[in-house]
Design a protein around this ligand. Sequence first.
Ligand code: 5RP
Length: 219
Amino acid sequence: MDGKKLAGEKAAEYVKNGMVVGLGTGSTVYWTIMKLGELVRGGLQIQGVPTSRRTEELATELGIPLLDLAEVDEIDLTIDGADEADADLNLIKGGGGALLREKLVASASRRLLIVADESKWVPALGKFPLPVEVVPFGWELTRRQIGKLDCDPILRMADEAPYVTDNGNYILDCHFGVIQGAERLSAALNQLPGVVENGLFVKMAERIVLGFTDGSVEE
Ligand code: 5RP
């Protein structure tokens, strides 16, 4: 069975009438958004805050009313995917390139619920290269600065050109190996002038809904 679909659809049960809901990005939360579309057509009243243009388009097609982040002070619940999650619910995100908006929306949320299949659950973060969003201006210098933190950052490409985020920035995928001090690494990255944000989400997630290929779901 598809663990992503199982987890994604299950998470929609956490959404209640009247909520402002942060809508994450990716192929797992896609199923949550699809389910929410169905529930909205059935009478559920929510307002969504999308974390990417892709999610905005999907939610609009499904008839989910949307708010811009600028219009809200607090989001009741955000549901989003992850590339890795450890036992402390620290995360690596940004495989889909939406980490900056995802972190902004998560930071404005009272609760962050993660949806993932079993492959994302890891004993230690770091096998998945950490995405770091950087400004295009002088990105090579930023890459060298990040490299001094003991990794070899790779510029993410799409169609033989640098991948450009919804915010007009680039992404460097950084292979750090096992990440011991996620909070320290996150702070070290973010204090570099060319870095806009990194994909470590430390102490932000409250719960994870995990879908397994055997058809079970753990919450
Ligand atoms: C996008 C993300 C996604 O949530 C993450 O990449 C997981 O995606 P998927 O559910 O498709 O595996 O952080 O920036």
